[in-house]
Design a protein. Structure first.
Length: 227
């Protein structure tokens, strides 16, 4: 299968887990967008769900498809979140944030009973770190945090938008894309980054994925992780 077909196959398998009446976290990114499209088709055929989008882009997509959406002040628990990833290792640990939505994605995932991660086969890696780790920072702290991120062993680059200006997240923050190389201890790095003032969130998702669905040349592979 092509990469697009792998993404579609993973998304199709994931929506099988969605049941009528569920509150569903709607991820962000190219694979997640396919999942939202499929849910939109099911909604048109009578499925009733409420979506909690993880970005303004996903919210706009859901509205256009007729999927009812809610904000976090309207729901207390999310039954299921389906989202993509930039990397996933054999332990179900993720790097996310290539689309700049990892802050909202992690908040929604943290409120979910289950998280399903969907991706094409190239996103499955033996060790995290080939993909640069997104680190979201408040603008005020960005100049001071760059050397601190370098001191941790990374090469941080401020993410830029298409017009060359700094990329701004939905929450109004900047992102450093940090090249750490292969990450030997993702949990330790996640803890270190989480304790640094000025860092709003990072793209390491440790212990969030309950089910990982990978589209491959031979179909989909489903791996379940016990949290």
């Amino acid at each position: 299968m092509t990469e697009d077909e792998q993404k579609q196959a993973a998304a199709k398998k994931a929506v099988e887990y969605v049941e009528d009446g569920m509150i569903v976290g709607l991820g962000t990114g190219s694979c997640a967008a396919r999942m939202v499209d499929l849910l939109g088709m099911k909604v048109r055929h009578g499925l009733y769900i409420t979506g909690v989008p993880t970005s303004e882009a996903t919210a706009a997509q859901a509205r256009a498809l007729g999927i009812p959406i809610a904000s976090l002040d309207e729901v207390s628990v999310i039954d299921l979140t389906i989202d993509g990833t930039d990397e996933v290792d054999p332990e179900g640990r993720l790097i996310k944030g290539g689309g700049g939505a990892h802050l909202r994605e992690k908040i929604v995932a943290s409120l979910s009973d289950r998280m399903i991660v969907i991706a094409e086969s190239k996103k499955r890696v033996p060790q995290l770190g080939a993909f640069k780790l997104p680190v979201e920072v408040v603008r005020f702290a960005a100049p001071a945090l760059q050397p601190k991120l370098e001191a941790l062993g990374s090469t941080p680059a401020l993410r830029l938008a298409k017009d060359g200006a700094p990329f701004v997240t939905d929450e109004g923050n900047y992102i450093f894309d940090c090249d750490f190389g292969k990450i030997d201890d993702p949990s330790d790095l996640a803890l270190t980054l989480s304790t640094m003032p000025g860092i709003v969130e990072h793209g390491l998702f440790i212990g969030y994925a309950d089910i990982v669905i990978i589209g491959t040349d031979d179909g989909v592979e489903v791996t379940t992780f016990e949290g």
